[in-house]
Ligand binder design. Structure first.
Ligand SMILES: Cc1cc2nc3c(=O)[nH]c(=O)nc-3n(C[C@H](O)[C@H](O)[C@H](O)COP(=O)(O)OP(=O)(O)OC[C@H]3O[C@@H](n4cnc5c(N)ncnc54)[C@H](O)[C@@H]3O)c2cc1C
Length: 394
């Protein structure tokens, strides 16, 4: 197979980039392919968000996968949308169902399903006029340009004390997560202090389970996972002026409110604590003992919690995504990386003349919001600008 643009990863980022290339970059749809092993595009997004039981996104209406920032608002019909509970204050955050239906419309509008190759890219070799990508079925695709849209969703973070093979210990974002309790009432410990842990604890309460929520820190309140100033010049000007990449990494770590919850979730959790529906422990887990039927957690506070199931909602590992495929590409094409292991790219998000990046891999250029939906939109802006200026394209 031969194509102009090969997008590796069919998540939020890959789908948005495809829409931008076709809708604004002047790239013919049949010259784009999206490689992702899932049966349908956005599979990891749908699975992770469905598990949490979240009703609304954390981000505002203008962050979605279509081109026009107002597309989602118009799709819902702004006033009618509010009346029907399709947006939540503040910032008109869209309902998850609405957002997902709108994503489907974007996929349909640009005919992206037809461009989806249901495989994994196992290797990329840079040639003089393009990149040769090897797929998991043994086929090869020659692409004049590659966009690496690899999110973190394949690398859930497992704390050291948590066994990966115990039948009653699960990570809620594990690619094949099947650890949700059945209809029988269970005693469940949720580990984590961020938005997903809080949402999962409340979903378990709604389903009638007895819940412990165990976090290393007190509930930290932030509306967004980074200040909206990081989407514009307010914070990004100083980020761009900073040439030292270690300093940029430090700015990102400082700016990302990891393990934080928005005010409405914090209120709901506090109500559940007061009502005795969730037992809160602020402590490190020191040790875990398991039998086939129960799990005992010994906390650093010396408290002991006995449950029938442990659900880890500890987010994703911060290591560079892409595994061996990206490691080998770096070696074979001598791609530059910062000390943190992440790509050094130019303003057009080029890691190499033929390889662009988005998502976590674009973090040192796009800043703290790079992983989010807003980051996909910023990456789309950069790619479309590059094509228009003739820096990338065909
Ligand atoms: C529960 C939850 C809620 C969130 N809510 C919000 C929100 O409200 N607002 C917001 O802005 N952000 C939110 N985020 C953050 C972020 O927007 C999402 O995580 C988003 O799904 C990231 O998209 P992505 O495309 O980078 O990654 P992914 O969803 O991880 O997609 C990457 C895809 O690449 C595939 N892939 C990996 N390696 C290869 C390979 N070698 N070959 C082919 N395919 C490969 C993977 O299988 C995957 O399908 C949320 C995240 C989570 C987990």
């Amino acid at each position: 197979m031969d194509t102009d643009w090969l997008i590796v990863g069919g998540g939020i980022h890959g789908v948005h980039i495809a829409a931008r290339l076709i809708g604004e970059g002047g790239v013919a749809a049949d010259r784009v392919r999206i490689v992702d092993p899932a049966a349908r595009l956005l599979e990891r997004w749908r699975a992770c968000t469905a598990t949490t039981g979240m009703a609304f996104l954390r981000s505002p209406t203008v962050h979605h996968l279509d081109l026009d920032p107002w597309s989602l608002r118009d799709f819902a019909g702004k006033r009618r949308g509010r009346a029907r509970g399709l947006f939540a204050p503040p910032y008109d955050r869209p309902a998850l169902g609405l957002f997902n239906t709108h994503c489907e419309r974007v996929i349909e509008r640009f005919g992206l399903q037809k461009l989806h190759v249901r495989e994994r890219v196992t290797a990329c070799n840079v040639l003089t006029d393009g990149v040769l990508a090897r797929l998991s079925d043994g086929d090869e695709v020659f692409a004049r340009h590659v966009v690496l849209a690899l999110g973190a969703s394949e690398q859930p973070f497992w704390p050291d004390w948590a066994p990966t093979n115990h039948p009653r210990v699960h990570h809620v974002f594990a690619p094949k997560f099947s650890g949700w309790p059945s209809e029988q009432v269970e005693c469940v410990a949720v580990i984590g202090g961020g938005i997903s842990a809080g949402q999962i604890a409340l979903r378990l309460v709604r389903e009638g389970h007895r819940v412990y929520l165990i976090a290393r820190h007190a509930l930290r309140q932030h509306q967004f996972d980074s200040d909206p100033g990081w989407l514009g010049p307010k914070h990004m000007s100083s980020f761009r002026r900073e040439r030292r990449l270690e300093r940029r990494r430090a700015m990102i770590s400082e700016a990302r409110h990891r393990g934080s919850v928005p005010p409405d979730l914090r209120r709901a959790l506090r109500r559940a604590f007061r009502a005795g529906q969730i037992t809160w422990h602020q402590a490190e887990v020191a040790e875990l003992f398991g039998t086939p039927e129960t799990v005992t957690l010994r906390l650093a506070t010396a408290d002991v919690v006995e449950v029938e199931r442990v659900l880890l909602a500890t987010g994703f590992s911060s290591t560079r995504p892409g595994g061996a495929m990206v490691d080998n590409l770096i070696k074979s094409a001598s791609l530059p990386c910062a000390r943190c292991g992440y790509p050094i790219v130019d303003t057009a998000l080029r890691w190499h003349a033929r390889i662009h990046v988005t998502g976590p891999l674009a973090e040192l250029e796009l800043g703290p919001a790079a992983r989010n939906i807003a980051g996909a939109r910023r990456a789309g802006d950069r790619l479309v600008d590059a094509i228009r200026q003739g820096v990338a394209g065909c």
